[in-house]
Write a protein that binds this ligand. Structure first.
Ligand code: ADP
Ligand code: MG
Length: 508
């Protein structure tokens, strides 16, 4: 649907409504005088904004913070959005305020500003949450640990009820995240071995705490859940897993409901405490303090602590020194970025598990193209498989390129012409300035042509733009260079190899 025409219709309706408004006596809320079509347009805009936000921030963030926003009335050019608590309102305002404003302006030009207000009863607001969500009843407060645990849904718009803080301390473990489903390779073998060891013998000296760190989507949460599942198999060990974010939530909620003692006692009664994504506690001094005490109490009592973060303890600046020191006292294991081999093994394992045949060419292609993290890799494979099922056709390299077009584009590394020139000059041992000089000697001219060829192939720059970067040469010179290099590559395999090598280096 065209947004602009929507915006225009909306403007008209709102203008009409405004007229009507003038004629009425003292209406305080514009929702009272808005026509149902204005309402439904606003609702439609809001639904689109929610969808966009969901894609942008991811399901977890969305569920945790944004899903509870309820559409309020339009007041002049200001749209009111309600949040169930001041805490959430402040958080959303700080983290997403600007983005919300931009999205609204984009969807409906009539909305110029977004006002976030606290409102506990949301039943009378203009736009209830879209149907899929409103079926769940009153605005639910969701505490999501991260993408893996089932969300805990409380039927209160206020932060948390005391009973929630008491019950259900930990999040459920995702049964898919086991040691068996974890593919081991060079980058993660040490972390894996440590995790296995802790699962076999919790609280053994030297392994308490176990601190797992690494970039996003590399398997930290997976390993923690695997430890948890292994330990709870026996039924004798109590395990509490939660994200640092949820830890903070619970802590704040317990203060509000004056049940801090219970919260503490509960935490201190578990055999194994796992806190995921500890970096979240940076800057949250009170929660950090609380965690520190819990940590000490548990370790002193011989219980196991497992923590994950995106950095090593010493690099987590912003965490209190004494906490960092203690975190580094046990076993610190990092998960490195994936290698091509590991990515390929993971894809093979996941493809096998899916039951849909995926040609190895496709798996290799994905492992080569999607290098960021396992989560994205998995997402790409799932998309391919879902698509193949849907259209009832086998997965091929062509269908892969088509289905994953946007995803692959986003992963294309942005190579700059400067970088290309530098690498090529280094490779043939010529001066960088010769890339733009007028010298025509073959030893200089050929590498220059290769650099132009690579600029054309690896960047989205136009021929004239490339020409300018090479000493203001004409675009026809670039065209000639590109054709000449392609021709030479056909004729001379060792030249072709050099060019391919440079290309791969620049792309990786
Ligand atoms: P992190 O917590 O480090 O951000 P996750 O544990 O959530 O990452 O992993 C992201 C996704 O990738 C999960 O679905 C997980 O199962 C998968 N994954 C990561 N590493 C591996 C691996 N070595 N083998 C199998 N799956 C993996
Ligand atoms: Mg995680």
């Amino acid at each position: 649907m065209c947004q602009n025409s929507n915006g225009a219709v909306l403007q008209n309706i709102v203008a009409f409504d405004r007229e009507a408004e003038k004629q009425k006596v003292e209406k305080t809320q514009s929702q009272d005088v808005m026509t149902s079509s204005a309402k439904s347009l606003l609702e439609a805009a809001w639904a689109r904004i929610r969808e966009k936000l969901k894609t942008e921030v991811g399901e977890v963030e969305y569920r945790t913070w944004l899903r509870q926003i309820v559409l309020g009335p339009l007041d002049e050019n200001e749209i009111v959005l309600y949040m169930p608590s001041r805490f959430l309102r402040d958080w959303v305002r700080e983290q997403y305020g600007e983005r919300l404003q931009t999205l609204w302006r984009h969807e409906t030009p009539i909305v110029q500003r977004v006002e976030l207000q606290v409102k506990k009863e949301s039943s009378q607001t203009l736009g209830a949450a879209p149907s899929s969500e409103s079926t769940e009843g009153a605005p639910a407060f969701i505490i999501a640990d991260d993408d893996h645990d089932g969300a805990v849904t409380g039927q209160d718009s206020n932060l948390l009820h005391a009973h929630e803080a008491k019950n259900d301390l930990a999040a459920p473990l995702d049964p898919r995240f086991t040691f068996d489903s974890f593919v081991v390779g060079k980058p993660n073998e040490f972390a894996y071995a440590c995790a296995r060891r802790v699962a076999e013998k919790p609280s053994s000296p030297g392994f308490n705490p176990l601190f797992l760190y690494g970039g996003v989507g590399l398997g930290k949460t997976h390993l923690m859940h695997a430890i948890g599942s292994e330990l709870t198999k026996t039924g004798t060990v109590s395990v509490a897993y939660m994200s640092a974010e949820k830890f903070m939530y619970r802590f704040i909620a317990s203060i509000r409901s004056q049940s801090t003692m219970e919260f503490k006692e509960q935490l201190r009664s578990v055999d194994v405490l796992m806190i995921d994504d500890l970096q979240f506690l940076i800057g949250k001094d009170n929660t950090q303090e609380e965690f520190f005490h819990t940590f000490n109490a548990l370790v002193d009592a011989g219980r196991q602590i497992i923590v994950s973060a995106d950095k090593s303890p010493s690099d987590l600046s912003g965490l209190e020194d004494r906490l960092r020191t203690r975190l580094g006292c046990g076993m610190v294991a990092d998960i490195h970025a994936t290698t091509f081999e590991l990515r390929l093994s993971i894809l093979e394992a996941k493809a096998r598990a899916s039951g849909t045949p995926v040609p190895s060419k496709v798996l290799e292609y994905l492992a080569h193209k999607i290098t960021s993290n396992v989560r994205e890799l998995e997402g790409a494979l799932n998309r391919l498989i879902a698509h193949a099922d849907l259209v009832n056709r086998p997965v091929t390299l062509e269908s892969t390129q088509d289905v994953l077009k946007d995803m692959l584009k986003a992963h294309e590394r942005r190579v700059t012409i400067d970088e290309i020139q530098r690498k090529v000059a280094e490779h043939w041992n010529i001066r960088l300035t010769d890339m733009s000089s007028a010298r025509r000697a073959r030893a200089v001219a050929r590498p220059r042509q290769v650099a132009m060829y690579l600029a054309k192939n690896l960047t989205s720059r136009s021929l004239p733009e490339i020409g300018r970067k090479f000493g203001n040469r004409d675009h026809t010179t670039v065209m000639h260079a590109v054709a000449r290099v392609a021709e030479l590559m056909e004729q001379d395999p060792s030249f072709a190899e050099s060019v391919e090598l440079l290309k791969r280096m620049l792309e990786s």
